[in-house]
Design a protein around this ligand. Sequence first.
Ligand SMILES: *Cc1c(COP(=O)(O)O)cnc(C)c1O
Length: 414
Amino acid sequence: MSMFHEINTPLRTIMTPGPVEVDPRVLRAMSTPILGQFDPAFTQLMNETMEMLRDVFQTKNQWAFPIDGTSRSGLEAVLCSVIKQGDKVLIPIYGRFGHLLTEIAERNGAEIHIIECEWGEVFEQEVIIEEMKRVQPDVLAIVHGETSTGCMQPLDQIGPACRELDVLCIVDAVATIGGTDVKVDEWQLDAVIGGTQKCLSVPSGMAPITYNDRVEQVVAARKKVERGISTEADQKDVLNPIRSNYFDLSQLQDYWGPRRLNHHTEATSMLYALREGVRIVLQEGLEERFARHRFHEKALIEGVKAMGLELFNDVPWKLPMVTCVKIPDGVDGESVRMMLLHQFGIEIASSFGPLHGKIWRIGTMGYSCRKENILFVLAALEAVLLRHQVKVQAGNALQAALNVYESKNIVVKS
Ligand SMILES: *Cc1c(COP(=O)(O)O)cnc(C)c1O
């Protein structure tokens, strides 16, 4: 009948900073039959997912639920629900995703203040705090783990400073959630956005978020319920209604909360996937999971260095789940990537902007972060580099990685 075959994808080893390989348990959960969105059997799954998300975010916040859409939908939902026309937003930029926060805040009418540092660096927290005192912004928006540069910005002093200066602290933790500590309550972060296709190892298409009462107050003041479903009590004049319907956190709260007021149709299969994904995270244990990410990162780093390659992000603020390797002089980085893909079925990433053509980025996230993947990518990279006439220290990489794997009592810092 049709000219098109049934889907038959090649099997890949995905070692990028997302999307990454998905745990087979999550794939199985996704084939669960559909339920109606108000079926108690389904709303129970929604509630359970919220409960587990709170643990993953290490928070007691009431609100922890997914936005339907990729990670940037979570960023858009939080930023557009919080930022009013003319609000001052301070954004420290140290890579591509800081620019994305700027772009979204700008489109929502914010008065933008940015500070930038070189790609590969992060900010001293004191520098950001001083800038907040100077600018007196309404909102600070900042990336926790910059996948474009493989760097991680410390936040533990920034959150408390925001509280003191009455600034809302909004954090992009898309790359870090489920892979390293994101201590929402302890660091006093007001709103945090996670991602699914990174360390949670769920397909892309949802963005778990959490936010506290400080954010809820701002959102509540801008609340406007859709006319077709509102009651008389809902109909009051609102000074600065949230501009987006889809991303309106006040209406989303009514959908995820006890009122169960109809909004969008929840993405059924993705919710099954997210629920199973966070269940796996909590079953493994946060500490154990973070330690696993550190452990395989160490094996990868030792292997890369033993080969004679240099890291771009060999710094104390290295993002544990992204290892950036400098492309040796004279080597066509894309040709190496393509050969890895076509000969070995391995995908690694290039980078953006000023780093394009300068580094490869190897992700060790979630289900992809496994011993056999690390050994495979090291072996394949060595072979492909030899094919590209790079004088690597042949044979050393796997031995160095195996040394890490065989040292049982290795101290893993999480
Ligand atoms: C991947 C990523 C995003 C964007 O994710 P999408 O799911 O592609 O929208 C945002 N921020 C950071 C830090 C990321 O790594």
